[in-house]
Design a protein around this ligand. Structure first.
Ligand SMILES: [Zn+2]
Length: 98
């Protein structure tokens, strides 16, 4: 855990991105590490610690072009994955609309 935190901090230092105010609500956008469910042709990849601009009012996320490109490269790279998780799948049901 300690080493992971150090890496995250270092990554945070070298990755500073600028964001405009939220285009939905006009709120201020602050950079935060987020988890992204990234879909590739080969399937779903979860990418953690992605630097994203997050609106402080509505929570909308913004990614810079560089970060989007990096996610694409990372998702399809041959680098071994950090870990694999099992994800439960549910079918939507109209009965759950109240
Ligand atoms: Zn917003």
């Amino acid at each position: 855990m300690g080493a992971g935190l150090e890496n995250a901090k270092e990554r945070g230092k070298e990755m500073r991105h600028e964001y405009a105010n939220c285009s939905f609500c006009g709120g201020s956008v602050e950079e935060q590490p987020v988890t992204v469910d990234y879909r590739t042709k080969a399937g779903l990849v979860i990418i953690e610690n992605v630097p994203a601009g997050v609106c402080r009012q509505c929570g909308e996320r913004y990614y810079t072009a560089e970060v989007v490109k990096a996610m694409e490269r990372l998702a399809t790279s041959g680098i071994p994955v950090s870990r694999t998780v099992n994800v439960p799948v549910r079918e939507f049901s109209e009965n759950f609309i109240s």
